[in-house]
Design a protein around this ligand. Structure first.
Ligand code: NDP
Length: 448
């Protein structure tokens, strides 16, 4: 990391001192601060207003106990989090992650990124994130329901349709959102759009399920257009096999790409004929099985242990869509060597700083998560609009809005990259374009 400005460096030093050992959080803050150096130079009033010092500090951090009973009647205790990071642009908005790796560093990194991602969508949403170290894997439906109810019994005091609107993330899909919505409604006696990603019969939006994956591919399509090419005939690798990965596969295939590899946290599958998405959807969405089961049904396909190996599969487009720091510098070099020309992050911060450097140095078009995966939260914003109006819009209407937003995000990021002297660097561009709107709102709202 190379921050040159003494002022920006001093802000980063304070963040490091206040948040010792929070590696993911410090990684995310460092990357944004580095991009913002030319912005602060051009706008000295931001320094006078202590804007950077304020934007790196969450407005509110809530940590709580979540006790629940498992199927054998034994008491289990998990930890719950909600970081209400920045409300300059609207109610806090961001997903809930249920995964054993969840800790304060991970939730703060995700919440911090969410501020700028939400700003890039052009919709009125602040940034937040939450979750728990609860592991839904291997739990019965009843255990998941009891956990979600216990989690929401506490969280419901802190959220609301005009205050803070959570959604899904890793380990939180339609089932979990439904249970949490039911508990919120019961405890608060309020039927309101307090969560997004709801079921279609109770206020959910069409396209929300597909939105992050589709949006990531729409963004990639713009990057490919800028290189005067398209998805047509391209070999694509998508890591993960959850919500984002599945719908990234679906849209990339619709646009003429061939997805040959997918993964889960145990390993990856390779199918030279193109991975059959119906099989993956059934295994992961309905049967909740492991990805290796795929090869039992598709004889030409191979399974290999170890998810990181997926980056050795030759491809022209890579869409890392599993989790943070899943693609390191060495993997990036392998991708470049094998002819990869575009990488867009379906997941949040899946590429390490070393990997990003490799991509930028080698003229690989690189779409950072806060731009490339903003389609999920954008469609959540569209779900909030429908809930406010008590309306349900059709699939093509919502999909068109999503598509337009993704094109606009690409244009805003590439325009800001150009304006601030790093043309083609969408990392800088997304950070700057996202930050400017938040900064102007914070300047107008005074020291709060
Ligand atoms: P899911 O829970 O649906 O799927 C997650 C996938 O990633 C699974 O295949 C999972 O494998 C894999 N995975 C999770 N943790 C690890 C790990 N430590 N190592 C390797 N693989 C792992 O989550 P989503 O698809 O919703 O989210 C994926 C990413 O996209 C996350 O970074 C999330 O923050 C980001 N994102 C999601 C949005 C959404 O709308 N859902 C919006 C914007 C970003 P396994 O089953 O083995 O755990």
């Amino acid at each position: 990391m190379a921050i040159k400005s003494p002022y920006v460096q001093s802000v980063f030093e304070t963040v490091k001192k206040r948040n010792p050992g929070e590696l993911e959080f410090l990684q995310a803050v460092g990357e944004v601060l580095e991009s913002l150096e030319p912005v602060v130079e051009k706008n000295p009033e931001f320094k006078d207003a202590g804007l950077l010092e304020r934007v790196v500090e969450p407005e509110r951090q809530i940590i709580f106990r979540v006790p629940w009973l498992d199927d054998s009647g034994k008491t289990q205790v998990n930890r719950g989090f909600r970081i209400q990071y920045n409300s300059a642009l609207g109610p806090y908005k961001g997903g809930l992650r249920f995964h054993p790796s969840v800790n304060i560093s991970i939730i703060k990194f995700l919440g911090f990124e969410q501020i700028f991602k939400n700003s890039l969508t052009g919709l009125m949403m602040g940034g937040g994130k939450g979750g728990s170290d609860f592991d839904p894997k291997g739990k019965s439906d009843n255990e998941v329901m009891r956990f979600c109810q216990a989690f929401m019994t506490e969280l419901c005091r802190h959220i609301g349709a005009d205050t803070d609107v959570p959604a899904g993330d890793i380990g939180v899909g339609g089932r979990e959102v439904g249970y949490m919505f039911g508990q919120y409604k019961k405890v608060r006696n309020l039927w309101e759009g307090v969560l997004t990603g709801k079921g279609l019969t109770f206020g959910g939006s069409l396209v929300r399920t597909e939105a992050t994956g589709y949006g990531c591919v729409y963004f990639t399509e713009e990057m490919l257009k800028a290189r005067k090419t398209s998805f047509e005939g391209k070999t694509v690798v998508v890591s993960g096999s959850g919500n984002v990965a599945i719908y990234a596969h679906e849209k990339a295939t619709q646009l003429g790409g061939k997805v040959v590899a997918m993964s889960d946290s145990n390993g990856y599958i390779y199918d030279k004929n193109g991975i059959n998405l119906d099989t993956v959807k059934r295994l992961k969405e309905i049967e909740r099985k492991r990805i290796k089961e795929y090869v039992n049904e598709h004889k030409g396909a191979e399974y290999k242990d170890g998810c990181a190996g997926i980056w050795t599969v030759p491809c022209e487009v890579a869409l890392p869509s599993a989790t943070q720091n899943e693609l390191d510098g060495k993997a990036a070099e392998t991708l470049v060597k094998n002819g990869c020309i575009a990488v867009a992050e379906g997941a949040n911060m899946p590429s390490t700083p070393e990997a990003v450097e490799v991509f930028l140095k080698n003229n690989v078009s690189f779409g950072p998560g806060k731009a490339a995966n903003a389609g999920g939260v954008a469609t959540s914003g569209i779900e909030m609009q429908q809930n406010s109006q008590r309306e349900s819009w059709t699939f093509p209407v919502v999909d068109e809005k999503l598509h337009t937003i993704m094109v606009n995000i690409h244009d805003a990021a590439s325009g800001a990259a150009e304006e601030y002297g790093t043309p083609g660097n969408l990392v800088n561009g997304a950070n700057i374009a996202g930050f400017m709107k938040v900064a102007r709102a914070m300047m107008s709202q005074g020291v709060v």
